[in-house]
Design a protein around this ligand. Structure first.
Ligand code: DIG
Ligand code: MN
Ligand code: MN
Length: 389
């Protein structure tokens, strides 16, 4: 069957203004690309076939803009959205660039910073809702330490909870139907960042006043920086009903946050992630929080954006082939035998069932001797991904 890998709106591919707008600055070098305006970025994303565009407040409205300048900028941005049909599914706050946040925002030791961070976030929420955002992301890039002499970690978590409880209450008071999505990262730019993984965020959410409003926004590179299996983090979030958003990119483990083009490095992990999202019917945006190599010009930036979406669609087709491959499916059935001749390990507790489990004579050696054909199965996946199957 001829398969087009061309993005369509129903694929819900989105990019942040800061992604294709990345000018290529890094800790060891100045920008290599001229800045492009938010309006130009909207038209670029429309040209490459994206569904939507996301933003931090200051990606669109400079931090020192006057109210009149803000209104003009937002008006021009809205016009570009109308001209292109692009949506704004997600918004967030920049609580990490300005020097005022040098020691964090919500967890800063300075109450003036904590209060200013609330003010800035409420204003940014207002902007996001004005642009149609339904998900609001919180990435605490500066919420951390270089020395634990400086901050009591329990106090820091309490401050984070106070801020999120306040902002949940603000959204409810304003009648905003926003879903909050917390994004974890283990480190960078801080030596250690609080709530460093998606798992830590899932535990934290249950301590909030309105946990039903709050989910997670896992990012591929961030879980991989922590040496974790990204699919497993996403699966736990999905199981908990908390996969509110997702940041797709790629990463060579053991490096700084590389934010590579999606699936450009760890193909197999990207395949299993796409297969999972498609198999479970994830309906949220496929957001690419990534940027082009510093080597690229504007055409290279467009190649980057097209590649993110094309690679997802290629892996989506591979997932369909996996699900329809007779040998793979036969092997999966074989390695997942039905419950037969034993007390069901998945049955709910009853005293009788416990007695039956305790009394059953398991042939441990025979069970242990079973071969599982995982090598064959994994090779079939390799063959599939390499296009020889
Ligand atoms: C970095 O991974 C963070 C920021 O870019 C932003 O706050 C968030 C939105 O996806 N991701
Ligand atoms: Mn990142
Ligand atoms: Mn991100």
């Amino acid at each position: 069957m001829s398969t087009s890998y061309e993005p369509r709106p129903e694929h819900k591919f989105t990019f942040g203004l800061w992604t294709v707008g990345n000018v290529g600055r890094d800790p060891f070098g100045e920008p290599v690309r001229p800045p492009i305006s938010p309006v130009e970025i909207v038209h670029l994303l429309a040209e490459v076939g994206a569904y939507g565009v996301n933003l931090h407040d200051n990606d669109l409205v400079p931090i020192d803009a006057t109210p009149a300048e803000r209104d003009r900028i937002v008006r021009d941005f809205k016009r570009a959205l109308e001209e292109t049909g692009l949506k704004v599914p997600m918004a967030t706050t920049n609580l990490f660039t300005d020097p005022v946040f040098k020691d964090g925002a919500f967890t800063s030791n300075d109450p003036a910073v904590r209060a200013y961070a609330l003010q800035k976030t409420m204003q940014a929420m207002d902007l996001g809702v004005e642009l149609g955002a339904e998900t609001y992301v919180f990435w605490g890039g500066r919420e951390g330490t270089e020395s634990d002499a400086t901050k009591n970690p329990v106090e820091a978590i309490k401050r984070m909870r106070e801020a999120l409880n306040f902002l949940c209450a603000y959204a409810l008071d304003q009648g905003y139907a926003l879903k909050f999505a917390l994004e974890a990262k283990p480190n960078e730019p801080r030596g250690d960042i609080y709530l460093p993984t998606t798992g830590a965020m899932l535990g934290f959410i249950e301590t909030l006043d309105h946990p039903e409003m709050v989910g997670v926004n896992p990012e591929v590179a961030h879980e991989q920086m922590a040496g974790l299996n990204f699919l497993h983090a996403v699966a736990q979030a999905w199981d908990a009903g908390k996969l509110f958003h997702i940041d797709l990119n790629d990463q060579n483990p053991g490096r700084y946050d590389q934010d590579f083009r999606f699936a450009s490095h760890l193909w197999k992990q990207a395949f299993f992630l796409v297969k999972f999202l498609e198999d479970v019917g994830y309906e949220g945006p496929r957001h690419y929080d990534a940027h082009a190599y510093r080597t690229e010009d504007l055409d290279g930036v467009k190649d980057f954006a097209r590649g993110c979406m094309r690679s997802y669609l290629i892996l989506k087709e591979k997932a369909r082939q996996f699900n329809e491959d007779p040998e793979i499916q036969a092997l999966l059935a074989e390695i997942n035998p039905p419950v037969q001749g034993i007390p069901d390990p998945g049955a709910p507790y009853t005293r009788a069932h416990a007695e039956a489990l305790k009394a059953h004579a398991f042939d441990r050696r025979a069970i242990a001797a079973r071969g599982l054909a995982y090598e064959r199965l994994d090779q079939l996946v390799f063959d599939l991904l390499m296009g020889v199957r």
